[in-house]
Design a protein around this ligand. Structure first.
Ligand SMILES: Nc1ncnc2c1ncn2[C@@H]1O[C@H](COP(=O)(O)OP(=O)(O)O)[C@@H](O)[C@H]1O
Ligand SMILES: [Mg+2]
Length: 305
């Protein structure tokens, strides 16, 4: 599989106003994103994710290093024509409606007049906003704004889509909507590079990830290789059995509305608790084996620093 994005030995420093010396923000970033995958660029706030994206887009210039977009030099217009970009916290004009906004960007992209209407409605339905086409953006929720921003980023039918914290500040439903769109982009054969500090969201959609901490990539690879698949414990929610009794199987973490959440660390007890529930005709609402999450890995790696 060919690379959609390849970064080699990227360094970037900014002049500090106070100390009159350079502060190194990116310390030799190397990563490669393969065509057709969803790649997660993961790291805490201030790690250098946006700085990396700005370098890729040619908004700022690295001190050292090489960037290739779709095997082209990254500053070439040919490369730029084939990427789409959604910045972190995009800003939109309040009084434009969704379709006015997209029509305007169609004109900027020199899309033929005859094609603009169709293009606009295709994009609106892609991001699930067809019903809000004549609604002013000031009435949009954060999630809807993020989706209209995505529609704009997809206007030129980019092969590589770069998204800076696309799930930031969204509620769980809003996050799911964006994740679904991202997966659809992959299904269409596009490559998606997204940055995030929300580990769970990356975990759910990304094929491969690179973890950046303080300007350095500390881990990179397929999620399954980075995360051990060992079951750490199992969580189950049960109603109809007293806490007293459940305690014998695991830790009763919380009780609410007659349901008790039990954390079971002894694997053999999982089957036992199921048997008990069956005998007592109790109801099991959920049973979730917890494997190591990206968050565990992330915390683990940061601690090793
Ligand atoms: N133009 C700039 N001048 C000076 N420092 C900057 C500039 N841009 C970013 N930084 C600093 O670089 C670090 C990384 O920032 P950023 O790339 O935005 O991180 P992230 O996107 O991972 O949260 C931060 O400490 C930030 O303050
Ligand atoms: Mg950022």
């Amino acid at each position: 599989m060919e690379n959609a994005l390849k970064i080699t030995g990227l360094f970037k420093s900014f002049k500090s106003e106070f100390l009159r010396k350079n502060i190194e923000i990116l310390k030799g970033i190397s990563l490669s994103v393969k065509e057709g995958e969803i790649f997660g660029y993961l790291g805490p706030n201030g790690a250098g994710k946006t700085t990396t994206l700005k370098c890729i887009l040619g908004l700022i210039f690295p001190d050292k290093g090489k960037i290739e977009i779709l095997r082209l030099p990254y500053l070439s217009l040919k490369a730029k024509a084939r990427i789409g970009f959604l910045p972190e916290n995009p800003y939109f004009y309040d009084y434009l409606t969704a379709s006015e906004f997209l029509r305007f960007y169609c004109q900027l992209h020199q899309i033929k007049k005859a094609d603009i209407e169709e293009k606009t409605s295709t994009l609106l339905s892609l991001v699930g906003l067809e019903k809000s086409s004549s609604l002013q953006l000031r009435k949009f929720s954060k999630g809807m704004l993020q989706r209209i921003g995505l529609a704009q980023a997809l206007l030129n039918e980019p092969e590589l889509v770069l998204l800076d914290e696309p799930l930031g500040g969204l509620d769980p439903l809003g996050r799911k909507e964006i994740r679904d769109i991202i997966v659809r982009l992959k299904d269409e054969g596009k490559t998606v590079f997204l940055s995030s500090h929300i580990l769970q969201d990356i975990e759910m959609v990304c094929d491969r990830v690179a973890i950046i901490v303080s300007g350095q990539i500390i881990n990179q690879g397929r999620l399954y290789d980075l995360i051990s698949q060992k079951i750490l414990f199992t969580e189950t929610t049960i109603s109809g059995i007293k806490e007293e009794e459940l305690k014998r199987y695991g830790e009763c973490v919380s009780s609410y509305g007659g349901r008790t959440l039990v954390k079971i660390t002894d694997e053999k007890k999982v089957e036992k608790i199921l048997e008990l529930a069956h005998r007592k005709k109790a109801e099991i609402h959920s049973l979730v084996p917890r494997t190591e999450s990206l968050e565990d890995l992330f915390v683990g790696t940061v601690k090793q620093e």
